[in-house]
Design a binder for this molecule. Structure first.
Ligand code: UDP
Ligand code: MG
Length: 334
């Protein structure tokens, strides 16, 4: 190889990917990522976070570790979901720049050099991969995710691009900022928007999954949507309190009217429909507000317990990496 690397010898890049039941595709993923990193000729580590896979993913990764010495495995104690799995990977990463990507090859590893080039050339802190197309996804999934981003952006007051996934490269500054947020109701896309920093993007065509199955489903989407709204914004509470004030003013004046008409002796004994209307309207609003309150109270409960976000069953560092002085283990973070 005659070409000298354009990347400084001093920088290290970490590639972090959550893995859940990917035994069929993971070997290919590992091979592709390492081949890209090798071509880039850059110091690197690849961190796979096994998120409680139920198939032979773990054994497959362990076998690959014999071949790739910069492959690190973080084995979580159970399935926590991809947000927490990605968080665990970010926590453990040591690189100056961290690439976050899915391990199902829907995020093409070939894009890594482009992402990093843009970040370095334009001195940005985050460069995300914007999907210009999303193959293998139903119209309904695309449509619902569009609506979801609209609502989430609206409610949280932050701009969350709807064509961005988690595939991105971040500087250590951004990774540290995200790591410093220990909330349980996590939604990384909101956290990227929240921490800010200079952000750019490159576009790519998102391919369909080649193997395994997507764990996406409606329940997950609805949960994510509720989290994005209730965990990141207190606006619904504000709306409720404003509406409550309005209703109570209305009711007060209505009570006044009733009183006055009683005093001046107007006999009005009609009223099943008006009474029922009032009662059902009031109760419907009341229950709606109760449900919003429950959403908040439930989240306050989980957050106030302040438990660790995840437990590690095992962490297999790479021997190669631990011998280098750039690694600083911050045990207080675990
Ligand atoms: N994943 C995970 N834990 C889960 C579900 C998924 O770590 O509970 C990983 C999965 O292995 C993949 C990534 O998250 O690398 C994206 O998952 P998936 O392909 O199911 O989501 P989609 O691409 O359909 O949005
Ligand atoms: Mg996928």
């Amino acid at each position: 190889m005659a070409r000298k690397s354009k990347f400084s010898k001093d920088i290290v890049i970490s590639v972090v990917a959550p893995v859940y039941n990917e035994e069929q595709g993971i070997t290919d993923f590992i091979a592709q990522v390492f081949s890209v990193l090798k071509k880039m000729d850059i110091n690197h580590e690849v961190i796979l976070v096994n998120d409680g896979s139920r198939d032979r993913t773990l054994q497959t990764i362990e076998r690959q570790m014999k071949q790739y010495k910069n492959l690190r495995l973080i084995d979580l104690s159970r399935n926590y979901g991809r947000e927490i799995a990605m968080t665990a990977g970010l926590d453990q990463s040591v690189g100056d720049y961290v690439v976050l990507m899915d391990s199902d090859l829907q995020d093409p590893p070939a894009l890594i050099p482009q992402l990093l080039d843009k970040l370095l050339a334009e001195n940005l802190d985050t460069v995300y991969a914007a999907r210009s197309s999303r193959e293998g996804e139903s119209f309904l999934k695309k449509f619902s995710s569009k609506i979801f981003y609209r609502v989430a952006s609206r409610v949280s007051g932050m701009s969350i691009p709807d064509n961005a996934g988690d595939y991105r490269v971040m500087s250590r500054r951004v990774v540290n900022a995200i790591n410093s947020m220990k909330e349980h109701n996590r939604y990384l896309k909101m956290l990227y928007a929240y921490v800010g920093f200079k952000t750019g993007y490159v576009t790519f065509d998102r391919a369909a999954r080649t193997s395994g199955t997507s764990s996406y489903n409606w329940v997950k989407l609805i949960n994510a949507a509720l989290d994005a709204i209730f965990a990141f914004s207190s606006k619904p509470l504000r709306w409720m309190s404003l509406i409550s004030v309005g209703i109570s003013l209305l009711l007060m004046s209505y009570a006044g009217m009733v009183l006055v008409s009683k005093i001046i002796g107007n006999h009005t004994v009609e009223g099943w429909s008006s009474l029922m209307f009032m009662v059902s309207l009031m109760f419907s609003i009341l229950f709606l507000f109760l449900s919003v309150l429950s959403e908040y109270i439930g989240r306050i409960l989980t957050e106030s317990k302040n438990r660790p976000l995840y437990y590690l069953r095992e962490e297999n560092g790479s021997v190669h990496f631990q011998s280098q002085s750039i690694i600083q283990h911050d045990d207080s973070r675990r």
